[in-house]
Design a protein around this ligand. Structure first.
Ligand SMILES: NC(=O)c1ccc[n+]([C@@H]2O[C@H](COP(=O)([O-])OP(=O)(O)OC[C@H]3O[C@@H](n4cnc5c(N)ncnc54)[C@H](O)[C@@H]3O)[C@@H](O)[C@H]2O)c1
Length: 437
């Protein structure tokens, strides 16, 4: 078998070759689950540590309508109300993380509402009723208690109406419809965060999901991405995440507090587009890694795919947004998420099955058979990225991204992921500093 990578050769890609390493500092953090460890130095000035608020005497959920309450010092504190829009695998884990913190922190209302796309289970029961009865999302996160203060709500308008912190976490293809339904329904002072990996491609160009939310609802939207396979966080195994924010440090502090637990370490980075593009594009790299697994090519090949993929992620992000920072690719949302999704994760798993079947069974079929209602993001993202590449004349600059899509739609066999192509990259575009403008 031939293993040629001249198409992906890095030496002449100036755009791809100047990652800036930030220095690593030892950072000790205490956790009952995790021992002292070396962590990367954050690319930002430190914010106040999470969990510094005094914990209330009792941790019983309350359901008062008011968002004002008395803190331990007797002062009136304004409490934030959180709603999670989405209740799949990651949505349910996000609700669990958040609910454990809203009980502990005075600045949040205990109750966390979770909007559920209503489904009837095989038992004939409504998913929402079962979640509220058992405190478990039996379809998307079976076996895990969400916290009694998580209230499942099938009514989207009702779920968001009182919230001033909205956490969006649905598969990206549903977000345009959800945003349309929410216009005029959210509070004026609401802040949003998107945990959604994916983008919408429109006539005028690519639109990141955080931007879709901001534009359609007229609200600020941060993002949270990272090496976060939901089932591992559900059982409280240590991991990290990155919050991308624009400029308001008070708001990012709230998000960091809301998500941080001893087993989930959240780092803020002032680079919304960089963080979100990392989370989005790594799913395309995971599809490529799955092909390599299905073809049984081994670890060296997979590592090569991951490196090439990361390089293309960075180049694509910087071509789209010149503000994207190199250091973002060394946060959890960057290299760490590439690694975890290429080792585990549903995109890799289904792509492996696709390659094992020689590309003869469609991704739609495999998704329905293997994921039981969960959604693949990598295949649609590969198509969206391909649309951007062809529209802008960049196809030859991104051979890995382009090849993944062509394999997914059956134009190339899975083995093309590592095959030599006579197509030559158009280096001139990448060597021109104007392409960053
Ligand atoms: N699962 C993970 O490990 C993980 C980790 C990080 C990020 N993410 C991202 O989180 C986002 C949500 O993924 P997930 O894992 O929570 O979902 P999922 O794929 O597990 O579940 C699919 C969800 O979509 C809902 N749904 C189905 N049809 C719908 C419709 N027409 N309208 C609205 N909702 C509908 C289902 O009810 C279900 O809640 C995705 O962007 C994903 O990339 C997932």
């Amino acid at each position: 078998m031939r293993f040629h990578f001249p198409l992906y050769s890095s030496s002449s890609f100036s755009l791809f070759s100047d990652f800036t390493f930030i220095s690593s500092l030892p950072l000790i953090f205490s956790s009952s689950h995790f021992s002292p460890f070396i962590s990367m130095a954050p690319a930002f000035e430190p914010l106040s540590p999470p969990h510094q608020e005094a914990e209330p005497q009792t941790a019983t959920p309350h359901h008062a309508d008011t968002v004002n309450n008395f803190g331990n010092d007797g002062q009136v504190v304004s409490k934030s109300k959180v709603t999670v829009v989405g209740s799949g695998n990651w949505g349910s884990v996000a609700a669990k993380l958040i609910a454990s913190n809203t009980l502990k922190l005075n600045s949040f209302h205990d109750e966390v509402r979770m909007w559920v796309f209503e489904e009837t289970l095989q038992t004939g029961e409504k998913l929402t009723d079962v979640i509220n009865k058992t405190n478990e999302n039996v379809k998307y996160l079976p076996g895990i208690k969400l916290g009694k203060n998580v209230i499942a709500d099938p009514d989207l308008d009702n779920a968001v109406k009182d919230a001033n912190m909205l956490v969006f976490v649905t598969p990206h293809q549903f977000m345009e419809g959800i945003c349309k339904r929410l216009v005029g329904k959210v509070r004026g002072d609401v802040e949003a965060i998107s945990l959604i990996k994916g983008m919408e491609v429109k006539m005028e160009g690519p639109c990141m999901i955080s931007n879709l939310i901001s534009e359609q609802l007229g609200i600020n939207c941060s993002v949270l991405m990272g090496a976060n396979i939901a089932n591992e966080i559900a059982v409280e195994k240590f991991s990290e995440a990155t919050v991308g924010y624009r400029d308001n440090r008070e708001i990012v502090e709230q998000w960091v507090k809301l998500f941080s637990t001893p087993y989930f370490m959240v780092t803020p980075v002032q680079d919304v587009e960089g963080v979100e593009l990392c989370g989005t594009l790594k799913n395309v790299v995971a599809i490529a890694a799955g092909f390599v697994d299905g073809l049984e090519m081994g670890n060296n090949t997979k590592a090569a795919i991951m490196r090439i993929g990361l390089r293309e992620m960075r180049a694509f992000s910087k071509l789209l947004f010149s503000s994207v920072r190199d250091s973002t690719f060394f946060e959890s949302c960057g290299v760490a998420d590439v690694i975890t999704t290429c080792l585990g994760g549903r995109n890799r798993k289904v792509a492996e099955a696709f390659a094992r079947n020689g590309g003869k069974r469609s991704f739609d079929d495999l998704e329905a058979e293997m994921l039981q209602g969960q959604k693949l993001q990598g295949v649609s993202t590969a198509r969206e990225v391909y649309e951007v590449l062809s529209h802008r004349g960049w196809l030859e600059l991104f051979p890995l991204f382009a090849t993944v899509h062509e394999i997914c739609v059956g134009r190339l066999p899975p083995s093309a992921i590592v095959e030599y192509s006579e197509k030559k990259p158009r280096l001139s575009l990448l060597e021109d500093p104007a392409c960053y403008q």
